[in-house]
Design a protein around this ligand. Structure first.
Ligand code: NAG
Length: 283
């Protein structure tokens, strides 16, 4: 039997059982949903201009727009209802800064959580070294949580403005022919919003994931152990135990403590309540 392989797979299995590792996987999946739904969006609205003089009417003026929502650069032609003359018009507003900020945060969050997952699985001895990994991880996680909150809020606000600026009823107000009561203007088709609504939902879901993961990264830093020492006895009784693969490589348990001197055949505890069970072995 290949012991090294067995240990490696046991390590991989354990790391993904950690809330930290598991949430990182959700984080990069949710980040993909966030930037794909926003960055990949394109929509169309249609309005009709029915002139008194029927020949110059256009009953289906299509206006296409897409990420990054520089609406002031989106032009369309509408009949002026004076002979065959047409006028060139632009939508209003530039929402690219919020949209691009949101997508940028989502892409970087995706990259970070992907790299972090790889590090947890393949380099967790290095990660633990001098506590530098958990420390950086903690700071980055706090920063990304904040960025997700800010960018999702900014994007949610921008989206509501985009919806208003591309509402066919609002777009009609831009067309000069529609100001004349004798011509009839109408909305033919509204843009579909499901994709962009989804991106906002995933933005806030990502914030919840990252903010929640602050706690699990915090546990990795070991800063909680000073306090946990005093409640260690109590939580040890509540924690469920199971026999683990004997490991010389050390184990990575749910409480975040890392036991580097585990002996063969030693019973290591997998704490459900986050008790510092393995830490007790080192004392
Ligand atoms: C109506 O507007 C569309 C663009 O949205 C254009 O392609 C079409 O040729 C116009 N139709 C007429 C009759 O001018």
């Amino acid at each position: 039997m290949d012991t090294a392989n067995q240990l490696a797979s046991a390590g991989t299995f354990q790391v993904l059982k950690l809330p930290l590792g598991f949430i990182r996987v959700l984080e990069w999946l949710f980040a993909i949903f966030a930037f794909a739904t926003c960055g990949g969006y394109s929509g169309q609205l249609r309005v009709s201009v029915d002139c008194m003089e029927k020949a110059s009417s256009n009953l289906s003026i299509a206006i296409d727009f897409a990420y990054p929502f520089r609406l002031h650069r989106v032009s369309f032609e509408a009949p002026a209802c004076e002979g065959m003359r047409r006028e060139r018009l632009f939508l209003t507003g530039d929402y690219s800064s919020s949209a691009e900020f949101f997508v940028t945060i989502a892409v970087f969050a995706f990259l970070y959580s992907l790299v972090a997952t790889v590090v947890y699985i393949f380099f967790h001895n290095k990660y633990r070294e001098n506590n530098r990994g958990p420390l950086i991880d903690f700071v980055v996680t706090v920063v990304f949580s904040f960025m997700w909150l800010v960018s999702s809020s900014a994007w949610a606000k921008a989206l509501s403005d985009v919806k208003l600026a591309t509402d066919p009823d609002e777009v009609q107000l831009l067309i000069s022919a529609c100001k004349d009561q004798t011509n009839k203007c109408g909305s033919v088709q509204e843009p579909r919003w499901s994709g962009l609504n989804t991106s906002v939902v995933f933005g806030f879901l990502n914030f919840v994931l990252w903010a929640g993961n602050i706690w699990f990264v915090f546990k990795e830093t070991g800063w909680h152990k000073g306090a946990a020492r005093f409640v260690g006895g109590a939580s040890e009784k509540q924690s469920s135990t199971f026999t683990q693969q004997p490991s010389n490589q050390g184990s990575f348990d749910q409480s975040g403590s890392y036991n580097t001197h585990a002996d063969l055949g030693q019973l290591s505890e997998y704490s459900q309540v986050g008790g510092p069970s393995s830490y007790a072995n080192q004392m």
